[in-house]
Design a protein around this ligand. Structure first.
Ligand code: HEM
Length: 474
């Protein structure tokens, strides 16, 4: 390891362009502008326009800390894969999130992360991807709630309940049953309210960073306690079941039971489970909403999907069969390209290294990054690279996927060491729902007078106006 100045000189490192700031020391105006953009639902688009203006890699200094922002696919590959051990999530997530979920796969680096990843991997590779029975039960309840008349329905709210019920059953072994309005168990309801409250609290803590201690929010801490005791109940049940029947081999893979095979540490199990629930509780619902946001505005695409799946029955809908519907898959790819549920990711630099590109006047020099620096990646911007996707990057055009193979320029599920372990399961849920809807409805009519996407950024990016549609039965 050599000193920063020597390394910089030896490898020809150069700084990237700098985002102009009125306050060059503490970057208070940079922070204020970001907060205002978030409040006005234009944070993601503002970041996009910064890249248009300052290039594919630039730096800024909010609160006097260096952030290197990049959408260069070569840098992204370097950060997420080649040198992933030098870029951690701990510095950007632990302080905000650990009070809610405890340390686990999504908050931590090193051993805690690796252990979490090893524990959940078997469940996601074998999971019920090939066994749609559980998901189908929830889809049936979801379809039963759709109107039989000309009423307008907001699909976003119903997708949220569909995924909540499915992911809670998959993770805890017990569904929250939010689609069965009158049958939602009281403790699930309390858990959910607390979970949503705490999630918002995490959002505020992410923005405040090291200043989070000024947020004196008693309800946040109460909610965190409640979430934990609910999860502990499921962990205790799984551990008791394991003890009683250590060789039991289940046909269906429920995460809490599978993880209880790997460890009996109650606290660690609880944290890892909450970490997975945090990551998977609503992302597939946001993905589904974003897909239907596009399809409702493109009736020609809906017709092509219907033609492709005509004649199939729900029993035909295996993982492989769904993958074989090319137009369905291309439509999902395209919606996740334009509106990725996870539009940004950051990492904290843990050890000195160099981003391969983006420094100097022509952006071809490496950039030295040091512990304490943050790297920020805008997947939303990467997915709009005209040299990869063509000049019509804003258009929803599933057909483009016949020709393109974007590789590191397309990362809705991240990439490298920490890529989403549930990618195939989530894509199965999304495609299954699209096809079941296509078999049921000949039209999905947009009923939202606002045609453009109004971003709403909580932890994911979702449509602020929901997905209001009218449905015409086949
Ligand atoms: C369409 C739906 C989904 C999308 C778009 C999505 C997206 C992502 C992305 C972008 C990452 C990488 C984050 C990073 O780089 O730090 C990630 C990680 C992760 N996702 Fe997903 N995800 C989805 C569904 C799910 C579901 C359903 C689950 C669980 C049931 C889940 C569990 C996880 C976990 C545990 C990680 C952390 C992996 C690690 O750090 O090693 N995801 N997801």
């Amino acid at each position: 390891r050599i000193g920063a100045a020597r390394a910089s000189k030896r490898y020809g490192c150069a700084a990237p362009p700098r985002l102009p700031a009125k306050d060059p020391v503490f970057g208070i105006d940079t922070v204020r502008d970001s907060m205002r953009a978030a409040k006005e639902n234009r944070r993601i688009k503002t970041i996009y326009s910064q890249y248009q203006k300052y290039g594919r890699t630039f730096e800024s200094w909010p609160f006097g800390r260096r952030v290197v922002s990049t959408v260069d696919a070569r840098n992204i590959q370097f950060i997420l894969a080649t040198e992933h051990e030098k870029f951690g999530v701990g510095p950007v997530r632990e302080l905000a999130q650990v009070p809610m979920t405890g340390k686990g796969i999504i908050t931590s680096d090193g051993e805690v992360w690796r252990h979490g990843r090893d524990m959940i991997r078997p469940t996601f590779t074998r999971s019920q991807i090939n066994d749609p029975e559980m998901f189908d039960r929830h889809v049936g309840r979801f379809l039963a709630l759709l109107p039989n008349n000309d009423d307008t329905v907001d699909l976003k709210e119903l997708f949220d309940r569909l995924i909540l019920d499915s992911s809670s059953e998959f993770i805890f072994g017990e569904s929250m049953r939010s689609l069965l309005m009158n049958d939602c168990p009281i403790d699930s309801k309390t858990f959910l309210d607390s979970f949503s409250y705490a999630q918002k609290g995490v959002g505020a803590r992410v923005l405040m960073g090291k200043m989070s201690f000024v947020l004196r929010d008693h309800k946040f801490w109460e909610s965190c306690k409640l979430i934990r005791s609910y999860t502990q109940r499921h962990v205790d049940r799984a551990l008791a079941r394991r003890e009683k029947n250590p060789d039991e081999d289940q046909r269906k893979y429920i995460l809490v039971y599978e993880m209880a095979k790997e460890t009996t540490d109650r606290e660690a199990l609880c944290s890892q489970l909450l970490n997975v629930f945090f990551a998977g509780r609503d992302t597939p619902a946001v993905a589904l909403s974003n897909v239907f946001f596009c399809l409702a505005r493109h009736p020609e695409a809906w017709q092509k999907i219907r033609e492709e799946v005509a004649g199939v029955t729900k029993e035909d809908l295996t993982f492989e069969r769904l993958k074989s519907f090319r137009y369905v898959q291309h439509s999902i790819n395209e919606a996740l390209r334009i509106y990725p549920p996870v539009p940004n990711q950051s990492r904290g630099c843990l050890a000195q290294t160099m981003l391969p590109y983006g420094g100097g006047p022509d952006g071809s020099s490496p950039i030295l990054v040091k512990p304490g620096d943050t790297v920020s990646m805008s997947y939303f911007t990467m997915h709009r690279n005209p040299s990869v996707y063509g000049p019509d990057v804003e258009a929803f055009r599933p057909e483009r996927w016949k020709e393109i193979r974007p590789n590191w320029d397309y990362v809705p599920f991240g990439g490298g060491a920490r890529h989403c372990p549930a990618q195939q399961l989530a894509l199965f849920w999304v495609a299954y729902t699209v096809v079941r809807m296509a078999l049921e409805f000949k039209e999905v009519q947009n009923r939202d007078p606002v045609m453009e996407y109004v971003e709403s950024l909580k932890l994911n990016m979702e449509s602020g106006n929901g997905v209001k549609v009218g449905l015409v039965r086949a």
